[in-house]
Design a protein around this ligand. Structure first.
Ligand code: SAM
Length: 269
């Protein structure tokens, strides 16, 4: 069994500015490689919630989107937004990273399903209050912001009363486990209660990649503090026959513990 000891990463207190800078740097540089590795699995016009392969066309967590104004937060290549457009939604796709949005622009042309793309930090969306019917995010922004309460509040601000905000993110339990899809990833090695951000940094100590952590209780508390109602939490099980590994997500760990959580929330009328 290998417990990671690489000194180029660790756990640090992270403010919003540092997290934003690290994420922009990382996703701007990684966008082509990320698409090359995961693009086929995601589909250019498809809404995939997570590495377990849960697709919106099957689970319909957003409900009927036809005629709705839908905001995607942290859209990456905007695959989800493009699928939503084919279902009759009016979509706006937002992301922090110019590199990711360049992929999205290319896919807009290649697929012939163009969606509007806006560069924006999820915490300060250039969107009018109470103008959105449904906000959604598939692993966009939520794992990467230092202040996820601010993100919950921002999503609540843009939603009209009765609107829904639904997002997938890393399951909090994953925090305890090494970043490995094989048997090395099946040992609890880190405290679930350590809220410092996982950080990869340069030799000069600059943060190059960050992922923030919240416990399950923290997530629920932040949703409630933002004035939203928690409707459901989905912990997708690993499907039989699905053998594609994505980072530390894979069929072995998937037999034992969840790696994704999807929060379904609503803004009260
Ligand atoms: C794992 S990708 C997910 C994108 C897409 N849903 C997918 O499945 O490929 C995470 C995305 O979140 C974006 N992101 C990270 N921090 C963000 C922030 N503060 N505001 C908006 N987007 C952010 C990144 O640029 C990246 O495109």
């Amino acid at each position: 069994m290998t417990i990671p000891t690489d000194p180029s990463y660790g756990y640090t207190e992270m403010d919003s500015e540092d997290a934003r800078a690290a994420s922009r740097h990382y996703w701007d540089n990684e966008a082509p490689a990320y698409y090359a590795e995961h693009g086929e699995f995601l589909g250019d016009v498809d809404f995939c919630w997570c590495p377990e392969g849960l697709r919106e066309s099957d689970v319909r967590l957003l409900g009927d989107v036809s005629g709705r104004v839908v905001l995607e937060i942290g859209c990456g290549g905007a695959q989800c937004a493009r699928w939503l457009a084919t279902q009759g939604a009016t979509v706006i796709a937002t992301d922090l990273s110019a590199g990711q949005l360049a992929q999205a622009r290319r896919l807009n042309e290649d697929t012939g399903v163009p969606v509007p793309l806006v560069q924006a930090d999820a915490i300060t969306l250039p969107v009018r209050s109470e103008s959105i019917d449904i906000a959604c995010s598939a692993f966009g922004a939520v794992p990467f912001v230092a202040d996820s309460l601010a993100l919950m509040r921002e999503a609540a601000r843009v939603l009209r009363p009765g609107g829904r905000w639904i997002f997938s993110t890393t399951h909090p339990f994953v925090w305890c486990l090494p970043d490995a899809p094989d048997a090395n990833g099946l040992v609890v090695f880190h405290s679930y209660f350590d809220r410092r951000a996982y950080t990869e940094h340069s030799a000069a100590g600059e943060p190059l990649y960050i992922e923030a952590h919240r416990t399950m209780g923290d997530r629920i508390r932040e949703i409630v503090a933002a004035g939203l109602v928690l409707v459901d939490v989905i912990e997708p099980e690993w499907p039989e026959g699905h053998d594609q590994v994505w980072g530390q997500w894979g069929p072995l760990r998937g037999q034992f513990v969840p790696s994704t959580s999807i929060f379904v929330t609503a803004k009260p009328h």
